[in-house]
Design a protein around this ligand. Structure first.
Ligand SMILES: NC(=O)c1ccc[n+]([C@@H]2O[C@H](COP(=O)([O-])OP(=O)(O)OC[C@H]3O[C@@H](n4cnc5c(N)ncnc54)[C@H](OP(=O)(O)O)[C@@H]3O)[C@@H](O)[C@H]2O)c1
Length: 297
């Protein structure tokens, strides 16, 4: 079986990127290159090309993305350049270098009107520029690399790193006695270190190392389900923060981008294919909060 020794990881400064950086020492058999925007700018294909002419890899893990969902509504060109055009370019490079490719996508490719967890083959219908551009990235990758790539759609990512809902809630909980949070959007949080671990579990598997692996989409989040309201109250409960949370409807918290009301991901395929066990969301949240509290103390 071919060896996947040299790994290029994009988006190294992001939540998932930093989670991989923490994990890397557990995988000394791989040479990781953690690339951020100082190494190349994903919005410029010439910049990606120039970098990849100088360096070759056996595997590309694309953790970079334009993730500002609301800002994307008025910044569609840049969001498309990063979430779509750059993915196509990286895929072309992967083909040239005979490298494999792991790409991360989102639950926002769905419209959220369903009432059972989304499977990989469910119809996609994004409701935002971010979702549109991420879907275009998936499609470009599937077309460019019918073999040797893997797309993992995930949802509600948080971690001890960069910006996310958990850190925002903890900050607001310190500053305010009460908050309003929407209760009519339902999904599952994903702890970025769990996702990074799951990806490495896949990368080391014999299934993934096979030549001419068929490119597939998989869904990954933590186990369980909650609303943003449930998520916020659990963050306060587990961190011992005294802050009252009142549930409100999405219509009472208008945002530029429309989000899916229901975005649970069915994870049966990834669990079965790669014999993966996925932690329950509250257990992972507890771990994240203790990491954050350790940092403060
Ligand atoms: N966050 C979520 O809730 C969520 C939900 C579902 C799916 N996802 C997907 O999960 C993946 C990882 O997300 P994340 O939460 O780790 O994202 P993140 O924290 O926002 O990190 C994204 C990284 O991409 C980098 N990047 C953006 N534009 C770039 C450019 N032009 N050139 C080079 N690098 C650039 C950013 O660099 P800078 O740090 O320099 O800006 C950032 O470090 C993404 O594919 C995202 O779409 C995320």
């Amino acid at each position: 079986m071919p060896k996947l020794k040299k790994i290029l990881l994009t988006g190294a400064a992001g939540q998932l990127g930093q989670s991989f950086q923490q994990l890397a020492e557990q995988y000394p058999q791989y040479a990781f290159t953690f690339a951020d925007r100082n190494d190349f700018d994903l919005s410029e294909t010439a910049s990606i090309e120039a970098y990849c002419q100088q360096h070759t890899f056996d595997l590309i893990i694309n953790c970079a993305a334009y993730t500002a969902v609301d800002q994307a509504e008025s910044d569609a060109e840049l969001a498309d350049a990063i979430n779509h055009v750059a993915v196509q370019k990286l895929a072309q490079i992967a083909v040239q270098q005979q490298a494999k490719f792991v790409h991360i996508s989102t639950d926002y490719v769905f419209n959220g009107v369903q009432h059972r967890p989304y499977v990989e083959t469910d119809e996609v219908a994004p409701r935002s520029v971010y979702g549109d551009t991420k879907l275009a990235g998936e499609q470009a990758l599937l077309q460019t690399m019918p073999l040797n790539a893997l797309i993992i759609r995930t949802s509600w990512v948080y971690s001890p790193f960069a910006n996310n809902f958990v850190k925002t809630m903890l900050k607001l909980g310190e500053q305010r006695d009460n908050l309003t949070v929407i209760f009519d959007q339902v999904g599952t949080p994903t702890y970025a270190p769990d996702l990074a671990e799951a990806i490495m579990h896949i990368v080391v598997s014999d299934t993934f190392k096979q030549p001419d692996l068929s490119t597939e989409i998989y869904h990954y989040s933590n186990e369980g389900v909650c609303s943003w309201y449930d998520f916020a109250t659990t963050i306060f409960e587990l961190s011992g923060t005294v802050c009252t949370v009142s549930p409100i409807e999405t219509k009472d918290y208008p945002t530029p981008a429309t989000r899916p009301a229901y975005s649970l991901l069915n994870k049966a395929k990834i669990k079965q294919q790669f014999e993966l066990t996925i932690p329950y969301w509250k257990d992972s949240l507890r771990r994240c909060i203790s990491v954050l509290q350790e940092k403060i103390s």
